[in-house]
Write a protein that binds this ligand. Structure first.
Ligand code: PLP
Length: 414
């Protein structure tokens, strides 16, 4: 890991000054006390939120955007810092970083977007407009353009606005036969939501196959689906034309980054349908040099990472929490791993509300009100159950969380 403390802005400007100051006595004087003390980077981060009157918290939830999702690894932070200190041609950076990411994940091409949602918009625009400049300027008016996107009814979701932004009509189907029937000259794209795999009748493989057979591009939203790391390759290999991931969730890249992988011609078109191209639909989802470099570095780290060791560490954190609540009357706790999206070990804690008269929302509020503030995983407010995500915690957090949950439940236990 690079020695990062020398990259603080304060340090940088002082070092530059010292380098040009020339005479040793002046430099010596500055170095021995006339310069203001330099705050450690951690103090700066604490101050910025405290100054706004905000309380930071232990993330015992997971990669939730509203909770700011993930924290950057030091290597990503310093790569973004380095990127912020030089000018570069954005087109050249997009191409180079996209190429590097594509190579790392075995895709034909890749584009860094400002998030998975923006990747959905750019992907849809690529399928509707291609590289046609008139079409790129015209959307969301789709007159004369392919204007339908086919989706399984059970795959309609809270982010499909990102697809509808392009002015298309979502055509809902349920079976493979309906999917095949729905395809016509107006069909721009077939969309699949990975998190809803178990809710639809058409499997991923079949869906990609229909795309291949009909020549209609397919897009799969896999925003929250790393880990497993293999998913970075699995969907392009399966035959999907385009795959979208969040940069700021499991990949631990910048919050405002996302990744679109897939076919070269479509990735090139997706790029033309967004920043830095002014008159394009996704110009509103600009991604800067810091995010592009940050996501590239995050993907490098992610593919190099020892995923088994990380998994074992998450399991150990869950076990600490499970053990901490084990003796409390009526409480049962166990590890669970969601089957799709956020596929990592969590702690699930349940109790008998007759013995512990609290619901999830009460326990969550107590965790939020304590010191330090703790944010648990969201879920139905009115259930005698609490879920804890451990993978976005910082070292040692799990012990604090375990003790605090045990304290709250024990105090309420009859
Ligand atoms: C989080 C999420 C998104 C949005 O991702 P951003 O990177 O925040 O834009 C889209 N789709 C699904 C399924 C998600 O979970």
């Amino acid at each position: 890991m690079p020695h990062t403390t020398s990259y603080t802005p304060q340090n940088w400007s002082r070092r530059r000054f010292l380098a040009s100051a020339g005479t040793a006595p002046v430099a010596g004087l500055l170095a021995t006390g006339c310069a203001p003390p330099e705050p450690a980077p951690a103090e700066v981060a604490e101050d910025i939120y405290a100054r706004l009157g905000l309380r930071t918290f232990i993330n015992a939830a997971g990669t939730y955007t509203a909770l700011t999702a993930s924290l950057l690894p030091e290597e990503v932070r310093s790569a973004m810092d380095a990127a912020s200190r030089q000018y570069v041609a954005l087109a050249e950076l997009h191409a180079a970083a996209g190429g590097r990411i594509a190579e790392l994940v075995g895709a034909e091409a890749a584009l860094v977007s400002s998030g998975a949602a923006a990747a959905l918009t750019q992907a849809t625009a690529a399928c509707v407009c291609g590289s046609d400049q008139d079409a790129i300027r015209q959307v969301p008016d789709t007159t004369g353009l392919k204007s339908q996107v086919v989706i399984q009814r059970s795959h309609r979701f809270g982010y499909d606005h990102a697809i509808r932004n392009v002015g298309i009509e979502l055509v809902e189907v349920e079976t493979r036969a309906e999917l095949e029937d729905a395809v016509n000259d107006d069909t721009a794209m077939l969309f699949y939501l990975n998190a809803a795999t178990n809710q639809g009748q058409i499997s991923r493989e079949e869906f990609a196959e229909v795309g291949q057979a009909t020549g209609i591009p397919t897009l799969i939203d896999a925003a929250a689906d790393v880990p497993p790391a293999d998913n970075l390759r699995a969907f392009t290999r399966m035959g999907f034309s385009l795959v979208a991931f969040s940069g700021g969730k499991g990949l631990r890249g910048p919050q405002c980054s996302g990744l679109l992988l897939g076919r070269r011609d479509l990735i090139d078109a997706a790029y033309l349908n967004g920043s830095p191209h002014g008159n394009s639909i996704a110009r509103i989802a600009k991604v800067g040099k810091e995010e592009i470099v940050g996501l590239m570095r995050a993907v490098e780290l992610y593919v190099e990472k020892d995923h088994d060791a990380e998994w074992a560490d998450w399991e150990a954190r869950v076990q600490t929490i499970v053990d901490a609540v084990a003796g409390i009357p009526s409480v049962e706790a166990e590890q669970f791993v969601p089957e799709l999206a956020n596929v990592v070990p969590h702690a699930g804690i349940t109790w008998d509300p007759e013995r512990i008269p609290m619901m999830r929302s009460d326990v969550a509020q107590a965790l939020r009100d304590g010191e330090p503030r703790i944010e648990p995983r969201p879920g139905p407010a009115d259930a005698p159950r609490l879920d804890i995500g451990v993978w976005m915690m910082q070292p040692g957090d799990h012990e604090v969380v375990a003790a605090r949950i045990a304290e709250i439940l024990s105090a309420a236990a009859a």
